[in-house]
Design a protein around this ligand. Structure first.
Ligand code: CP3
Length: 321
């Protein structure tokens, strides 16, 4: 999950040094520093490369911008002509600063800290490419997929190929595991979930494992509930990221015991602190502690999170080690 960001004063200071968020991502010295800040402050066991899922549409030639407090804005893809105007293949040269940052982070991180690379899943990235922004239910992309499934399939296939190439290049630069974020999977009815989330993620896992069979892949299909079991089986991910709505008793009983689970503290429980935080952590330990699991939040850390609450969380986690 996102662990860098605006909850850290040192991040807010660093962010003023770049004109735009994308410039920030594409300036290796800044991306390296933003990645290392939470590790230095909290000694987490893993670092996630500082970047964004929307660098992929940017490297396919779509206009992508981030406005402060508004989130991302893209020139929306309205039909076949807009899609044809994009590159067929991802321009990895455009992303060279990301790979340079990864190599530098790897050299600076303590050996025992894992480095995680990532990309957005095709459905989530496509939903931003079509809506041009985040919307409450990504309806524009869902309507597009119903009306023009063949054109939507071309976009998804292009994103599958782009994601495989991008993740493999991250691995060559030094990441030790990769996470695929399908933040908007939960808005899809089950037949659409199969076609637009599960099938493309399966293709990415196969493509990455074909070249790098030893690299563990983490899947994060947010808010798909009981379909998690099918998602994990079908895609072949090694680790399954659980969002905060997942019932951990169900997960512990139902999901393949060989599957490593990750999650799922509610970022709002961390923000609120106190009993909510303590009970949330205790429940995760009780339910998942008997199987291999990675403690994490169920979604990215929120800008309003007090640093003292993160420190308290770490005390709770480290007290019984
Ligand atoms: O800790 C890290 O270094 C992780 C880096 C990271 C970012 N984005 C940096 C970022 C990761 C893993 C992402 C993934 C991402 N980006 C997702 C999938 C995971 C999720 O959170 O659901 C999505 C959907 C995006 C697209 C995106 N980027 C949105 C919707 C926003 C605006 C939301 C916001 O909080 O402003 C961003 C901007 C963004 N990406 C920020 C960061 C740190 C905030 C910008 C800033 O504070 O300067």
């Amino acid at each position: 999950m996102r662990q860098a960001g605006r909850y850290l004063p040192e991040y807010r200071e660093l962010r003023t040094r770049a004109r735009s968020f994308l410039d920030f991502c594409y300036t290796p010295s800044l991306a390296v520093e933003a990645t290392l800040q939470p590790i230095r402050r909290f000694q987490f066991d893993a670092a996630i490369v500082f970047c964004d899922i929307l660098v992929v549409p940017d490297a396919l030639g779509q206009k992508v911008q981030f406005f402060p407090n508004e989130g991302p804005r893209l020139d929306p893809i309205k039909g076949k002509a807009d899609l044809a105007a994009l590159k067929d293949n991802i321009d990895l040269n455009h992303l060279a600063p990301v790979f340079e940052a990864i190599a530098k982070i790897k050299a600076l991180l303590p050996k025992e800290v894992a480095l995680i690379g990532f990309c957005g899943a095709p459905w989530t990235v496509a939903s931003y490419m079509i809506a041009g922004q985040g919307t409450p239910d990504q309806a524009p992309a869902r309507i597009f997929a119903y009306r023009e499934p063949d054109i939507f399939q071309i976009l998804i296939d292009r994103l599958v190929n782009a994601s495989i190439a991008y993740l493999c290049k991250q691995i060559e630069a030094g990441v030790e595991t990769v996470q695929i974020f399908d933040t908007w999977a939960g808005v899809l009815p089950v037949t659409e979930l199969e076609r637009w989330c599960i099938a493309p993620v399966k293709a990415i896992v196969a493509g990455v494992k074909h070249l790098y069979p030893q690299i563990p892949v983490i899947g994060f299909p947010k808010a798909i509930g009981q379909n998690l079991s099918h998602f994990a089986q079908e895609t072949g991910v090694n680790v399954l990221g659980l969002d905060p709505t997942v019932d951990l008793d169900w997960a512990a009983d139902t999901l393949d015991p060989k599957l490593i689970l990750q999650g799922n503290l509610d970022p709002l429980a961390l923000l609120a602190g106190g009993l909510a935080l303590e009970e949330g952590v205790a429940r995760i330990k009780t339910c998942l502690g008997k199987r291999p699991y990675i403690f994490n939040l169920g979604h990215g850390i929120l800008p309003q999170t007090p640093i003292a609450h993160v420190e308290h969380l770490l005390k709770l986690l480290r007290s019984d080690q």
